[in-house]
Structures are given as structure tokens and as C-alpha cells.
Write a protein that binds this ligand. Structure first.
Ligand SMILES: *Cc1c(COP(=O)(O)O)cnc(C)c1O
Length: 442
């Protein structure tokens, strides 16, 4: 096979170590070199197209090479590409921060810029700990939910609970307690999990700085979903026990769950909210930690009182990334995106029903523009996710299952016909898995 794809692949494998990959897999599994993207499609060097059903790891909202975002980033690049954000500022950062304050739940009034999701989580954890310390309380523990994911840097990994990513590094991690996530989307399981949360807080709240959670959907934990009632209860209990609530909306933010932010489903305002992924429409790395005036004030004093938050990253608040984010928010305002998404998620819900008829499907679930089909009866060693992935590529759809969970998280610009294609390919892949005609690797 001496085509352009394989030439690119060879050159790549000489020098690139890919993320979240056992590199030996690529001895048999082709790497897909992408030449260009347009809308919901990615194109390789041989002209094959793929529907990006996972929004390129959940970041893309309005398609690849979106004309509005392109125009705004192009204009910014000729004006100011970057400047440090300590002692200096710039218009895209100022405007974006104002937009975010007006869009997010009421109590969130201050924006701390970071440059990727994990770093935002790190900053939020440090800020929470530091807040209590500035107030004279030593609270060295964090609380998080089982099956959670908050990123892969040491602090973020410590509060996460995906064994595949975490186990190896156990000796390096920071102190963390875990409480059980509600087991499904019912109110009953939310209430049950809240009882557990309350008992842990009763015992250890004096040592716990914050509870961090992914509101409504645990993404990397297999698109596990739970009822908003849990958020209502978690907010009430954390307030009662003087523990911060950190809502990690890195994946759920910007319309994914059907509302702009997942916290809105429960009408709660957390002490911290972390945002990234969709923030720039999938263009550039950028993240923020949003917090309250109360938190902000605990750091505000004379320099020599040494209470400032001395945390920084080189590319904090990059102007190109901020302008991509501004363009993204403009699209939300101009195009009635959330209304259109209601129709698309209803359509997805309807198409999801048929998966129930397959014997190897355990459950289906959905929240807004995220839908998942969980399969039953396969051993992890069978790597059925990989087989579905390969089948999808052959059929022109980029699906990237998480273990036995095949999920759909497309860009919002996906059309009804493209939804049909995306879901039909997944369906026939699962059906062939059942009949034994979907072979293993290559
Ligand atoms: C992706 C993700 C992160 C980590 O963001 P990165 O930019 O990949 O470091 C953190 N929290 C949640 C909920 C995520 O989905």
C-alpha cells in the first residue's frame, strides 16, 4: 500500500508518540492522517471522508473550518497573537470574561484564565485549598465521585477514578476521598448517593476543601449519567458543611447537555466552574476557572500578607484562543443553537430506540447532545470498542467507543441525514458484533 495515507503514517511513526495509545497497535492498525476538515467531515490524504461523531475528542461544536470562527481568528492574528496576562491585558480576554460571567450561573463573577482542561482543574483545586488556608483552615483533602474523570495531570488524576489511567501512578497522587456516583438516571439513585455523601461529610468535612464532580454526565467514565437532583443535594450539603463545590463542566459546558451549562438543569451555582473543550469551538487550547467574589476576596490583600494566588501558565488567556471563543459564543447568540439542538436530540432519541432490539445491548442513555449505547457480555480483552472503531472508519464514521460504550457526541451542525448515517453505521457494527461477522484487528 504505497498511497499518500501510508506515506504520512510512516513519517509520523518515525517521530510521534501519540496520546492515549499503545503505539504497538499501529503495527497493524492504520493511523489516519487528516488533510483537511469541513463541517462535520474530516478528509484523509486519499480523499476518504469521516463524519466526526465524537467532535474530535468532544471539543468541536460548529464543525471544522467554520467560516465565522475562521474569520475572527484570522482578524486577530494580524492584530495581536499573544501577550502575557500578568501586568498586561487585551481586548479578547476582557470581552470573553464579561461574556462568560453573564452566561454562567449567577454567583460566578471572576474568570481565571488557564490553557487546557487538566490545568483548569489543578488551578481550581489549588484555589479551593488556598482559600480555606487564607481563612485559617487547613483542609488538605478533596472529595470526588467514583467513576469520575477530571484530566491526567497529577492533581486532576488524583480526583479522578478511571483505573486504566490512574492505577499505575497511585503512589504519586494527592489525598482524595471518593463517594459513590448515583448508579443511574433515576431520582431514587440520586437520593441514595446523597445519603452516602452526607455521611462522609459528617465525618470528614473539616478536612475536605472541595467536592469536585462532572455535572450530569461522567464523560471518560463511559458517558455515565445521573439525575439533576443529585446536584441540588450536593450543593445544599456542601454549603452546609463549608466545603466548596467545583463543577467540572469541561465536557458538559456549552450546550452539550441541552442547556448552556449542566448546572442549569439543577438551577445551582457552584463555587468554582471549570470550562474548556467546546469553549473555543474546538479550535485552540484555552480554559477558565470561574469563581465567586467571596473566593476572590479571600486572596485580596496587601502583597506582604502573602495571600495571592501565584499560579500561571505561559499561554494563559491567549488572544487567538479568546477570539475563537468569542466567535463561538457569537454563533450561540445568532443561530438559536440550543433550540435547534432540542430537535436534533429528539431525533437522536428516536433513532436510539432501535438499538434496544439488539441482544448485546444492555442500556441506552441520552442527555441532550450526548447519547450512549452500552453493550453487554464482552470481556475487556476482546477490545470490541476497537472493532467498532475500525468498522466505523471503513464506513466513513469516526466513532471512538469507551470500552463497551459506543457513544455519539457530534458537532451541533450535524444534519438529520448525517445523524442517520452516524447511527446506522453504529447499529450495523453492533449487529455484526452480535452475529460474529465483525472480525478482530484488521
Ligand atoms: C477532558 C476533560 C478534562 C481534561 O481536559 P484536557 O484539556 O484534556 O486536559 C477534565 N475534565 C473533564 C470533565 C473532561 O472531560
Amino acid at each position: 500500500m504505497d498511497n499518500k495515507n501510508s506515506v504520512m503514517m510512516q513519517r509520523d511513526l518515525e517521530v510521534i508518540w501519540h496520546p492515549c495509545t499503545q503505539m504497538k497497535d499501529h503495527e497493524t492498525l492504520p493511523l489516519i492522517p487528516i488533510k483537511s476538515g469541513k463541517g462535520v467531515y474530516l478528509f484523509d490524504f486519499e480523499g476518504n471522508s469521516y463524519i466526526d461523531a465524537v467532535s474530535s475528542w468532544w471539543v468541536n461544536l460548529f464543525g471544522h473550518a467554520n467560516p465565522k470562527i475562521n474569520a475572527k481568528v484570522k482578524a486577530q492574528i494580524d492584530t495581536l497573537e499573544h501577550v502575557l496576562l500578568a501586568g498586561f491585558t487585551h481586548e479578547p480576554a476582557i470581552e470573553l470574561a464579561h461574556h462568560l460571567v453573564s452566561l454562567t450561573p449567577e454567583g460566578l463573577k471572576k474568570v481565571f484564565y488557564v490553557d487546557n482542561g487538566s490545568s483548569a482543574v489543578e488551578a481550581a483545586l489549588k484555589m479551593s485549598y488556598h482559600f480555606h488556608r487564607n481563612r485559617g483552615k487547613e483542609k488538605p483533602l478533596f472529595l470526588s465521585l467514583t467513576n469520575s474523570y477530571h484530566g491526567e495531570t497529577i492533581g486532576a488524576l488524583s480526583v479522578g477514578d478511571v483505573a486504566l489511567y490512574k492505577e499505575t501512578y497511585e503512589p504519586l497522587l494527592i489525598a482524595n476521598r471518593q463517594v459513590a456516583v448515583p448508579k443511574d438516571q433515576t431520582v431514587e439513585s440520586a437520593e441514595e448517593a446523597l445519603l452516602h455523601l452526607e455521611s462522609v461529610l459528617e465525618e470528614e468535612a473539616d478536612k475536605i476543601a472541595a467536592l469536585i464532580l462532572e455535572p450530569l454526565i461522567q464523560g471518560a467514565g463511559g458517558m455515565h449519567m445521573y439525575h439533576p437532583e443529585y446536584l441540588v443535594g450536593a450543593r445544599r450539603l456542601t454549603k452546609k458543611f463549608d466545603v466548596h463545590l467545583i463543577a467540572d463542566e469541561i465536557m458538559t459546558g456549552f450546550g452539550r447537555t441541552g442547556k448552556m451549562f449542566a448546572c442549569e438543569h439543577a438551577d445551582i451555582s457552584p463555587d468554582f466552574m471549570t470550562l474548556s473543550k467546546g469553549l473555543t469551538g474546538g479550535y485552540l487550547p484555552l480554559s477558565v476557572v470561574m469563581t465567586t467574589n467571596e473566593v476572590y476576596s479571600a486572596f485580596y490583600c496587601d502583597y506582604n500578607d502573602y495571600k495571592a494566588f501565584l499560579h500561571s501558565h505561559s499561554y494563559t488567556g491567549n488572544p487567538l484562543a479568546c477570539s475563537a471563543a468569542l466567535a463561538t459564543l457569537e454563533i450561540f447568540e445568532e443561530e438559536k443553537v440550543l433550540c435547534e439542538n432540542v430537535k436534533k436530540s429528539a431525533y437522536i432519541a428516536q433513532k436510539l430506540e432501535i438499538f434496544k432490539t439488539l441482544e448485546n445491548v444492555r442500556t441506552i442513555r441520552q442527555q441532550g447532545m450526548v447519547a450512549a449505547v452500552e453493550l453487554d457480555g464482552y470481556d475487556a480483552k476482546e477490545r470490541i470498542g476497537l472493532r467498532i472503531y475500525q468498522y466505523g472508519l471503513k464506513e466513513g464514521v469516526l466513532l471512538r467507543p469507551l470500552g463497551n460504550v459506543i457513544y455519539f457526541m457530534p458537532p451541533y451542525i450535524i444534519t438529520f441525514a448525517q445523524i442517520d448515517k452516524m447511527m446506522e453505521v453504529a447499529y450495523s457494527g453492533i449487529e455484526q458484533l452480535l452475529s460474529g461477522s465483525l472480525s478482530g484487528n484488521n
